[in-house]
Design a protein around this ligand. Structure first.
Ligand SMILES: [Zn+2]
Length: 238
């Protein structure tokens, strides 16, 4: 039993190391950096979506005006073709057609001017979008770099944990399984300290003292009977 208790102390060292590694794995600073970058990317994507919708609205309106201007130009050309075909001889009719053509061209120019205004309004949006797209590319690269860094850091820790666990399991295999179970129960209850050395009357797990008489009897039994710290519940090793 006494040998088993020493084994438990060694086991606990590996368990504590495993806990530390797990904590390090969970709190890698790359994780914060990653979630920050992901949130930055989401914000940027929202801006891109808004800017693109605004730009596309203008582009659609531009296209609509362009179609209208073309249709007016085609109508004016059609009337002109008819005017110069020689089919119409009435001066009054020709004059009316001429005035139609002028009206159509005026309307066309008005539409083209509005189209030009929209085009000018769209240009800064195009520039903004190009800038945002470029920012997105940079952020994407940054994200990829952080993800790789995180994966590297994780796999380093996982490799260490595997080593620790193998060493731990080897030690555990050499200790009575019932004792290991009891240690695990105590460790789960006492926030990480399942077994502690008793030095004088002080438990090295919680650094509190137990009654001197109790300490004396634990030392006498030399580990033949399991004894526990009154304060933290750890198995005491004389
Ligand atoms: Zn204690």
């Amino acid at each position: 039993m006494a040998n088993g208790l020493d084994g438990l102390l060694a086991l606990q060292e590996h368990d504590a190391t495993l806990d530390r590694l797990l904590h390090r794995h969970q709190t890698l600073r790359e994780r914060d950096a990653l979630s920050q970058a992901e949130s930055d990317l989401a914000t940027l994507d929202a801006r891109i979506t808004t800017a693109r919708a605004e730009r596309d609205d203008l582009a659609r309106e531009e296209q609509r005006l362009d179609d209208e201007a073309r249709s007016l130009a085609a109508k004016a050309t059609e009337v002109e073709t008819k005017m110069y075909s020689g089919e119409i001889s009435s001066p009054r009719e020709l004059q009316a057609m001429q005035s139609d053509v002028e009206q159509l061209r005026r309307h066309q120019r008005g539409i083209e001017n509005r189209e030009l205004e929209l085009m000018e309004a769209r240009e800064p949006l195009d520039a903004t979008l190009a800038d945002l797209d470029q920012q997105r590319g940079v952020l994407d690269g940054e994200l990829e770099r952080i993800r790789r860094g995180l994966a590297d850091a994780e796999s380093t820790i996982v490799a260490e944990m595997q080593q620790e666990r193998a060493a731990r399991d080897e030690i555990a295999a050499g200790i009575d399984a019932v004792l290991v179970k009891e240690y695990e129960r105590c460790r789960a209850q006492a926030q990480g300290v399942g077994v502690a050395r008793l030095v004088g009357t002080t438990c090295q797990g919680c650094h509190l003292s137990i009654p001197a008489i109790e300490a004396e009897s634990i030392k006498k039994s030399a580990g033949d009977v399991l004894a526990y710290c009154d304060n933290c519940g750890a198995i005491l090793v004389p």
